[in-house]
Structures are given as structure tokens and as C-alpha cells.
Design a protein around this ligand. Structure first.
Ligand SMILES: *Cc1c(COP(=O)(O)O)cnc(C)c1O
Length: 391
């Protein structure tokens, strides 16, 4: 036999935080193998298909030979212009498509890559917790130091910026913020963004606002864009995604918009690591960004109906439920006597309902569970019934 190599994983991979969802995936497989009729509320992925007019636009675009070649890393001007038009219409924010908009292969790509452009070994990145795991991992891959900003319920799941020590702020290069928030479903008021902008300007660091859920909102209460605020474009960018807004998670397209220097820095990484988004997808995305508001309102109504069933159901069962104003998640404390993991396991075993343990999003999420509103309303009703019996 020929010798087999034994190259060890790089420390940046070996030192990754444990993937807590691996346990869940295993539990899920076991439940399915036992024949459980599983109601899976653990998935942050829309269950509804991409709207037809977008799929139709893709069919036309994919036939065009000019789209079969390498795209430009920064995106087609037509796509970037459509993003700028969308921002103007939705938020009344002006963007220069040439310098202030960059296409992304899903916003996850931009979120993960931005520290590579600006963070040196030992520089600090401010990371909300519980939060999207890509913020800490992107930081670690770039050699940065993570400073956790816990999101507590008593603070409306906003970080307490005043509690960040001065010597940390001095070394900070980047802050991630994310509202409407995954997993807590919290929204941020204007005053919070103002505070972030002042802090970033004072200590000279970049603000990266992840706005993936800006279009999934309830009761007509529209979230704002970070870029609506005075001074925002001086200090930062917003990452946006077509994934959640248009049920396009599989298509892999998003954008970064805002401060032109930050956009250029991120673009430098992209020119060297990837070659942009398939142009047919960009062309279909122009159709997506022009989607009739009535279609989006219908999608929101669907989520709202599910939210109302789950919120009322769990509330009636005596759980301390927070009513989501946005996102397709419901974040709630687990009942007394449980922690996140044991409650998830209990619901799976006794009810065949799967939620996500809050501590999987970071230690401050311990004691919570996240339910995704990504199953039809009839299944949601059934989930509530089964949870009632399991409690
Ligand atoms: C889903 C999600 C994204 C978007 O991911 P894409 O890569 O654009 O599909 C970004 N941030 C958060 C918090 C998310 O939940």
C-alpha cells in the first residue's frame, strides 16, 4: 500500500467553535428513522418557492450566451442600478451604483469576507451574541479578536454599547449589527443606529449592518435601513440579501451597499477570491428587485398568520413568548426546569417538533429556543397542539 498523507487541519479550522447544530441534525435523523412525523421548526429557510416572474426571467436569461462567460466581480451595472433604485424606493436612500453597490454571492459571503479586508491580527471585532455564526467565524479566519456584545431581553436585545471598555474600542476595526435580528426577532430604533454611528466615528471603526430580514415584517411596521441615518454612509455599509425577501436562498445573491471605501476594500478580496455572481442570476435578480409590492405583502401575510397561531398557542400554554415584529422566527424562553438543549430534546421526543436551541447562537442565548415560521399554518396548529400535550 502507498503511504497516506496525514496533514492536520489548520488551527483556524481546528479552533472553530463546536457546531452545535450537528447534534440536532443527528437527533433529527434518528427521529425520522424511527418514523416520527416531524414538524421541523428549526430551519431558517423559506418553504415557499421563488415567485414565478423571477423564475421566468431566469429562464430567458440563462439562454443568453453573453451570460455564460465570467461575470465581473463587482456585479453588472444593471444589477447594481436596480439595487440603487430599490433602496431609493424602499428607504429613500441614494446610492451611486458605480461606487456604493457591490454584488455578493449571498450576503453570507460578504459578511464572512469583510474582516479579511480590514482586520489585522489582534484587531477587535464587536460581535452580537446570540447571533449569526458567520460574524465570529469570519473574524477568526481573519485573525481578529472577538469581543462579544451580549443581547439581553431586558435591553430589547440591543447591545449595551456603553459597557464596551474603552481599551477594546480603541482596538476595534469592525462592528456587526443585525436588525431585524436573527435569532431574537428584535428590531432596532433609530436612536440605536445613531449611537452606533457616533461610536464608530469616535473610535474610527467600520459598521456592518446585516439587513437580511428588512422585508419580513408584521403589522405594516416597516424596519428602517441603517443608511437612512445621518452619517451612516460615513462609517459603514449594509449587507442585503435576496434570499429571505424573495425566497431565493438557493440562488446565492446579495449585495453590500454604502461607504465607497469599505465597498472597494471588500471588492479587493472578491477580485482575488471569486469571480462574481452568474450573470443570468443577476438579470433575474433585477426582476426580483422590481417585484410588485402586492406579492411581498402576500408573503408577509402568510408568515403573519403562522406567527399569530404560534404566538397565541404558546402564550395560551403559559410560555413567555415574545411577539415578533419582524423576521420569520419566534424566540422564547424555555419553561422552568429545562435548558435550551434539554427542552429541544424534550419537544422532539414527546411532540415530534423540532426547534433550535438558543445557546447554539452563542452563550447568551442559553435558556431560549427559536422556532422558525417556515411550515404551513395547518402544521403550525398541529405543532402547538402537540407542544401542549408535551408540556
Ligand atoms: C439568512 C441570513 C443571511 C443571508 O444569507 P444569504 O447568504 O444572503 O443567503 C444573512 N444574515 C442572517 C442573520 C441570516 O439569517
Amino acid at each position: 500500500m502507498k503511504p497516506r498523507i496525514t496533514v492536520e487541519l489548520a488551527s483556524r479550522v481546528k479552533n472553530l467553535p463546536p457546531y452545535l447544530f450537528a447534534t440536532i441534525d443527528k437527533m433529527k435523523q434518528e427521529a425520522r428513522a424511527k418514523g416520527t412525523d416531524l414538524i421541523d421548526l428549526s430551519i431558517g429557510d423559506p418553504d415557499m418557492p421563488t415567485p414565478k416572474h423571477i423564475v421566468d426571467a431566469m429562464k430567458v436569461a440563462v439562454e443568453k450566451p453573453e451570460h455564460h462567460r465570467y461575470p465581473s466581480y463587482e456585479g453588472m451595472l444593471s444589477f447594481r442600478a436596480a439595487v440603487a433604485t430599490w433602496y431609493k424606493r424602499r428607504f429613500d436612500v441614494e446610492l451611486d451604483p458605480g461606487a456604493e453597490v457591490l454584488s455578493l454571492i449571498g450576503s453570507k459571503e460578504g459578511i464572512g469576507h469583510i474582516p479579511l479586508a480590514f482586520v489585522e491580527t489582534g484587531d477587535v471585532v464587536l460581535v452580537p451574541s446570540p447571533g449569526y455564526p458567520v460574524y465570529p467565524v469570519g473574524t477568526l479566519f481573519a485573525g481578529g479578536e472577538i469581543h462579544i456584545m451580549p443581547l439581553w431581553e431586558k435591553n430589547g436585545f440591543l447591545p449595551d454599547l456603553k459597557s464596551i471598555p474603552w481599551d477594546v474600542l480603541k482596538r476595534t476595526k469592525l462592528i456587526y449589527i443585525n436588525y431585524p435580528n436573527n435569532p431574537t426577532s428584535a428590531c432596532a430604533p433609530r436612536s440605536f443606529y445613531e449611537e452606533v454611528i457616533d461610536l464608530a466615528a469616535t473610535y474610527n471603526f467600520i459598521v456592518c449592518h446585516d439587513a437580511a430580514y428588512s422585508e419580513i415584517y408584521y403589522d405594516n411596521d416597516k424596519p428602517i435601513s441603517f443608511l437612512e441615518l445621518d452619517g451612516a454612509k460615513e462609517v459603514g455599509i449594509e449587507m442585503h440579501s435576496l434570499s429571505k425577501t424573495y425566497n431565493m436562498t438557493g440562488w446565492r445573491i446579495g449585495c453590500a451597499v454604502g461607504n465607497s471605501d469599505v465597498i472597494a476594500g471588500l471588492g479587493k478580496i472578491k477580485t482575488n477570491l471569486d469571480s462574481g455572481v452568474f450573470q443570468a442570476i443577476q438579470e433575474a435578480s433585477v426582476a426580483a428587485l422590481e417585484t410588485d409590492d402586492r406579492i411581498l405583502a402576500e408573503m408577509r401575510n402568510t408568515y403573519q398568520e403562522r406567527r399569530d397561531v404560534l404566538y397565541k398557542g404558546l402564550n395560551d400554554l403559559g410560555m413567555k413568548v415574545i411577539k415578533p415584529k419582524a423576521t420569520f422566527y419566534l424566540w422564547t424562553q424555555v419553561p422552568a426546569g429545562f435548558d435550551s438543549a434539554s427542552f429541544v430534546a424534550h419537544l422532539l421526543e414527546k411532540a415530534g417538533v423540532l426547534g433550535t436551541p438558543g445557546n447554539g447562537f452563542g452563550a447568551p442565548g442559553e435558556g431560549y429556543i427559536r422556532f422558525a415560521l417556515t411550515v404551513p399554518v395547518a402544521r403550525m396548529k398541529e405543532a402547538v397542539e402537540r407542544i401542549g400535550k408535551a408540556l
